[in-house]
Design a protein around this ligand. Structure first.
Ligand SMILES: *[C@@H]1O[C@H](CO)[C@@H](O)[C@H](O)[C@H]1NC(C)=O
Ligand SMILES: *[C@@H]1O[C@H](CO)[C@@H](O)[C@H](O)[C@H]1NC(C)=O
Ligand SMILES: *[C@@H]1O[C@H](CO)[C@@H](O)[C@H](O)[C@H]1NC(C)=O
Ligand SMILES: *[C@@H]1O[C@H](CO)[C@@H](O)[C@H](O)[C@H]1NC(C)=O
Length: 487
């Protein structure tokens, strides 16, 4: 049995002969350098299955072939690093997939490579190490200027990737458990020198798929694509205690062409938080998040938003489409958070078909969020918030319909709400709307909106805008891929 196998399916005979020779040469090279721990312990179980992905791979290997031990105690950081570094040699030869079998795989941070798929068996659990030596420290993100928890660097995420193309993290709903309790306590006690790690962060990359996984108890944010494009996030279940600090679900940050769909998120912070850098750092980095579609999201987050836009939005946020959103026992639905000093913009936001149960605010916009990277922000950097569209919303048991607070002399404009029915809670506030420094229109909205959002009646037939076209990532072809071991 070879260490690295090529899928026999669609390979021509000549090509496979060539590959076998190349693989043999690489293996010999590896062995002569003493790095190939090729022999798995115990009998080899043959595995074969199919899965869906943007790209299939020609070569396959299992973590056990690189010394991985799934006993929940042995560190697998080295095994992951060795496996991925070996498999990276196939980037220009059809790419490679690394299979993580059933078991509990303790590991610190490791980095992905291009043209690569990490695949978790349904009973595979990656357990995040609590040994700080297993977490390299990275510089602060350039668009943030400092770490969120601490001014110094930040711990590399559990699964990290930078400057990659064509990278997939998927599975049959396998689990990544951040074992966050340890980190949350350290954070609360202010004992951390560096910002807490995320579970998955991919930066400066394109063609990314993160799908069919369960993410538990992240130390901080769960999924963070940043400075990247062409991103598919699909079928992710994210669960963390509703009181855990900063356990945001999915945070597209200075990204273009992103599709997030069919996700279920219970967390202690925003289920999806759309970002693009912080104050003067985000302004000078100048990389917006644009072309983002979020659909079929279910969110439970009693102290945060279903979808937050900001508060770090200094590179701009434009063309966000959210549809078929369900929120239960969540503070607000699609919330805009910004402040003087942020600069940037939030514009062309389209939301339709939200079903909301038990909310504090159905609509919430905040122009005085504060929270600055440092004292050097530009007090004249006003964010531009315009073109915010909500339609076809049904909500029940809501404490307050809306709290909409723009910025004095820099109002939030072009707000449109149509076909919205908000059922208020028994203990609802007397005044269901509060509006300051905003401009816009409504039609068919109950209860009767504030005076700054006059009812247009039938003046806007069909309701507020929602684009009819697709974004490019909607048209990406999903292939049926095969993993086959032991042939
Ligand atoms: C990754 O790409 C960014 C942006 O192009 C560049 O600034 C950075 O140096 C690259 N990093 C590595 C490790 O190649
Ligand atoms: C994945 O696992 C989670 C946690 O056990 C479960 O809630 C969810 O329904 C599963 N998703 C799928 C698609 O099986
Ligand atoms: C109003 O919204 C509800 C809930 O999404 C939807 O069922 C209905 O079709 C919408 N009405 C119009 C006229 O679009
Ligand atoms: C309504 O919301 C309140 C909190 O505001 C909650 O205690 C109550 O259980 C909710 N009722 C229903 C029927 O969901």
């Amino acid at each position: 049995m070879g260490l690295l196998r090529r899928n026999p399916m669609k390979t021509q005979v000549m090509k496979s002969v060539l590959i076998v020779v190349v693989v043999a040469l690489i293996l010999r090279g590896g062995e002569s350098r003493g790095v190939a721990k090729a022999k798995p312990k115990g009998p080899i179980k043959s595995e074969s299955f199919q899965y869906s992905a943007m790209n299939c791979r020609a070569h396959s290997a299992s973590l056990t072939e690189f010394g991985g031990v799934g006993d929940g105690k042995t560190s697998n950081t080295k095994a992951f690093q060795t496996a991925i570094s070996k498999l990276s040699q196939f980037a220009t030869d059809g790419g490679a997939q690394l299979f993580v079998p059933a078991g509990k795989w303790l590991t610190g941070s490791f980095s992905l490579t291009s043209h690569f798929t990490l695949y978790l068996h349904k009973d595979a659990v990656l357990l995040a190490s609590q040994d700080l030596n297993e977490w390299p420290v990275l510089k602060a993100l350039p668009s943030y200027g400092r770490g969120r928890d601490a001014a110094a660097g930040r711990f590399s995420s559990l699964i990290f990737g930078t400057n990659l193309t064509d990278v997939i993290v998927t599975g049959d709903n396998g689990t990544i458990d951040g074992q966050g309790e340890f980190w949350w306590q350290q954070f609360h006690k202010k004992k951390l020198k560096y910002t807490r790690p995320y579970l998955i962060e991919i930066m400066f990359s394109s063609d990314i798929q993160i799908s069919d996984l369960t993410l538990l108890n992240s130390p901080s944010w769960n999924v963070h694509p940043v400075y990247s494009s062409n991103i598919l996030v699909q079928g992710i279940t994210i669960i963390a205690p509703i009181s855990s600090p900063n356990t945001d679900g999915i945070n597209p940050d200075s990204c273009t062409n992103t599709r997030i769909e069919d996700c279920y998120i219970v967390s202690g912070d925003d289920c999806v938080a759309v970002k693009s850098g912080w104050d003067e750092y985000g302004i000078s980095f100048g990389m917006p998040t644009k072309q983002l579609v979020i659909r079929r999201l279910t969110c439970i987050s009693p102290y945060s938003a279903t979808i937050a836009l900001g508060s770090e939005m200094s590179g701009g946020i434009q063309d966000v489409r959210a549809e078929d959103i369900v929120a239960i026992n969540t503070e607000s639905a699609v919330r805009i958070k910004t402040a003087v000093g942020r600069g940037g913009y939030v514009k062309d936001i389209y939301v339709r078909r939200m079903t909301l149960h038990t909310m504090k605010w159905a609509f919430w916009m905040t122009g005085n969020y504060g929270s600055h990277a440092d004292g050097n922000y530009d007090k004249n950097a006003f964010p531009e918030i315009t073109g915010i569209n909500y339609r076809d919303v049904v909500a029940e048991n809501v404490t307050m319909a809306a709290r909409l607070e723009g910025i004095a002399d820099h109002p939030f404009t072009g707000i449109c709400m149509s076909n919205v029915t908000i059922g208020l809670a028994k203990k609802a506030k007397k005044q269901p709307w509060t509006c300051t420094d905003i401009q816009g229109i409504t039609s068919g909205v109950t209860p009767t909106p504030c005076g700054l959002l006059p009812d247009q009646g039938t003046a806007k037939p069909g309701g507020c805008d929602f684009p009819a076209d697709d974004i490019p990532i909607d048209m990406v072809e999903i292939k049926k891929c095969t993993y086959r071991s032991d042939v």
